[in-house]
Design a binder for this molecule. Structure first.
Ligand code: PEP
Ligand code: MN
Length: 360
């Protein structure tokens, strides 16, 4: 029987401070890896990242140095005392990374989309006692993300975390990968005790957005932040636009504020309770108003049916939307909110009128 004490979870500070992961997108050369690690050694980070096998979208881009660079990560550990992590995408990567003493493994977004890859990684992890972080799949499919976590759990891995790196989009967007915070929050609800890390670099795609996205993640009670750091970002062999210099990283890190999940402070809890009570009352009023609006729509549906008039009156709907957005703006409400709410209500009203027309 194995009587070894159970190893401490990889992140003992969960709930009291952020977990920091930083390092270059790719391990390019031994000098670049060591230079970055030395610059980050006094930055108070928990884990040094560097991609050894790089899943590139197009062939011909730098695909990492593979096993050649694993001794560099071992040197980082020996010379700086930092723990190290890298991405694994198949069984061979897992065996090599474990052989060279990589402390934490992560599964990349492209692998998470493919259950065969995840299962291969899970099988290779059987019996290993290594923390594993699972990135979201590139497509906004929360079940794929959950499935990947479950496959790794079933392999007996107990120290698990997830990384939110955003979701691919079609066309031009402010973000390289849209955050879709709501999806990530749903996953967090499914796995409430798991460390939840935001990879702001791959969400943003450009340095300028990193602080805001990282602070938003901390405001949403994420446990940690992963950021790419390179001594000379513009010369990086992968992801140059989103990497920070070590100095810029330290500046961003020092400005980020961690929020506690909760507190015992009675005054705070009392005020929070009162405010939440008011919010619940307003939510009840909103529901009652929506119900009343739908009843009116049912009446209109019946009236249109009797007079043989089409459900959708394009002009009227256009006006409702336009004036709603304008009124909302005057009240300090975003166009996104107003158009989202009005469109959802309008769609429901059309569905109900359609049922009435069909005589259901
Ligand atoms: C990375 O972290 O360098 C990486 C390739 O990320 P992702 O899998 O999120 O694209
Ligand atoms: Mn990268």
């Amino acid at each position: 029987m194995n009587t070894d004490p159970k190893p401490a979870p990889f992140f003992t500070g969960q709930g009291t401070r952020p977990y920091w992961i930083a390092g270059p997108c790719s391990a390019e050369t031994e000098e670049q890896v060591m230079e970055t690690a030395r610059d980050l050694a006094d930055a108070g980070i928990d884990l040094f990242r560097a991609g050894v096998w790089k899943p590139r979208t197009r062939p011909g881009d730098f695909e990492g140095n593979g096993t050649t660079s694993l001794p560099w990560l071992r040197r980082v550990k020996e010379e700086t005392g930092l723990k190290v992590c890298t991405e694994v995408a198949n069984a061979h990567h897992v065996h090599e990374a474990l052989k060279y003493g990589v402390d934490v493994l992560w599964i990349g977004a492209r692998s998470t989309t493919n259950p065969f890859s995840v299962q291969e990684i899970a099988d290779a992890l059987q019996g290993a006692d290594v923390p594993v972080l699972v990135k979201n799949p590139i497509n906004p499919d929360i079940k794929l993300w959950m499935g990947a976590v479950e496959r790794i759990q079933r392999a007996g891995i107990t120290q698990l975390g997830v990384i939110h790196r955003g979701f691919s989009t079609f066309g031009k967007d402010k973000y390289r990968n849209q955050p879709r915070w709501q999806l990530a929050i749903e996953l967090k609800q499914a796995f409430p005790d798991m460390a939840f890390i935001c990879d702001s670099s791959h969400i943003c795609g450009s340095r300028e957005l990193l602080y805001d996205v990282s602070q938003k993640a901390l405001d949403l009670n994420y446990d940690g932040i992963m950021l790419e750091v390179h001594p000379r970002p513009d010369e990086a062999w992968s992801d140059p636009a989103q990497q920070l210099t070590p100095a810029a990283y330290k500046d961003v890190k020092s400005r980020l504020r961690f929020r506690l999940a909760t507190t015992d402070d009675a005054d705070f809890l009392g005020s929070l309770e009162a405010l939440r009570g008011q919010i619940d009352e307003i939510d009840d009023e909103i529901l009652a108003l929506i119900e009343a609006r739908m009843k009116l729509c049912d009446g209109i549906g019946a009236y249109k049916k009797r007079n043989n008039i089409a459900i959708l009156q394009t002009n009227r709907w256009g006006e409702i939307l336009k004036s709603g957005i304008a009124k909302g703006k005057r009240k300090g409400l975003s166009e996104e909110l107003i158009s989202g709410v009005l469109k959802a209500v309008h769609q429901e009203s059309i569905n109900r009128q359609h049922r009435i027309m069909k005589g259901e």
